[in-house]
Design a protein around this ligand. Structure first.
Ligand SMILES: Nc1nc2c(ncn2[C@@H]2O[C@H](COP(=O)(O)OP(=O)(O)OP(=O)(O)O)[C@@H](O)[C@H]2O)c(=O)[nH]1
Length: 263
């Protein structure tokens, strides 16, 4: 762990807060472990994980030994994961700020979302940039289906490309479809088993950090998740809905409605 980083001090806050979101099991924790392993020699880093009921992701990272354990904080959301990264970010913001204070000056804090569906994105009030993670095992057509993270995250990772032949997915086509859906925003085919792709991932992070330091990186909001509810309690007005007031009527849908998020 470096005592201090060689990165220049400029701008209002030096730490880059980088979110990693995506559906369950797409490889978010593994990606974060890899970034810690590859970059912690040059950057001062910390991690915040989100799980609904456990601190399992934090325990995975601690046991992987990729950072000193005290640099890995777990947030137990107790609710669907997107709530804690978008609707009420208090617990995550507290965790990030605690780490930034305790280990000042930090260069990079990675925030891992709990595994959710295609609609979860981070609030730009919590993070400066975000990665959205898909994997080839979820099916080659997922990238085409769209959603705020796929369309507008700072980086879309198509993960586990090494598995593509085994799940009968054309990884190159999946990356091409994703690229077409993103108006030129970057897409990276990644595999933990392919060091060349890991180099590209690390270079992307270094680039965003440079821009953040230079004050030229502008945090983007990929957009809200689709209106949905959480079962009968919501219908009765006792649960928590997520209509977000984006003008598409009642918050009573149960599925992903991409047409509702591109407004
Ligand atoms: N073959 C292959 N497997 C991978 C790769 N990345 C991750 N995995 C495996 O995919 C599984 C899920 O990875 P995780 O990193 O736990 O995924 P996650 O998105 O953090 O999972 P949740 O936190 O439960 O949403 C694990 O068995 C990983 O070893 C990869 O590049 N290639």
């Amino acid at each position: 762990m470096p005592e201090h980083s060689t990165a220049p001090e400029s701008g209002p806050r030096r730490t880059l807060r980088l979110g990693v979101a995506g559906p369950v099991g797409t490889g978010k924790s593994s990606l974060i472990a890899t970034l810690c392993r590859e970059l912690s020699g040059e950057l001062s880093m910390a991690v915040v994980t989100n799980d609904i009921y456990t601190d399992e992701d934090a325990r995975f990272l601690r046991s992987a030994g990729v950072l000193p354990t005290e640099r890995i904080h777990a947030v137990e959301t107790g609710a669907c994961p997107h709530t804690a990264i978008r609707d009420d970010i208090t617990a995550n913001l507290d965790a990030v700020e605690d780490l930034e204070e305790e280990f000042a000056p930090l260069d990079l804090v990675l925030v891992e979302s709990g595994g959710d569906n295609l609609t979860a994105t981070f609030s730009p009030a919590l993070i400066d940039a975000q990665i959205f993670c898909l994997d080839v095992a979820g099916g080659g057509d997922v990238a085409r289906k769209g959603g705020p993270g796929i369309g507008r995250a700072d980086l879309l990772v198509v993960n586990k490309v090494d598995l593509a032949p085994y799940v009968h997915v054309d990884a190159e086509q999946m990356v091409a479809d994703a690229t077409a859906a993103r108006d030129g925003r970057p897409v990276l085919g990644l595999s933990q088993n392919d060091p060349a792709t890991i180099v590209l991932l690390c270079d992307w992070v270094r680039g965003v950090l440079r821009e953040h330091r230079a004050g030229t990186h502008v945090p983007q909001d990929p957009g809200p998740m689709a209106p949905h509810s959480h079962g009968p309690a919501d219908e009765l007005g006792h649960g928590h809905g997520h209509g977000h007031g984006y003008g598409h009527g009642e918050d009573k849908g149960h599925g992903f409605a991409p047409e509702h998020v591109h407004t």
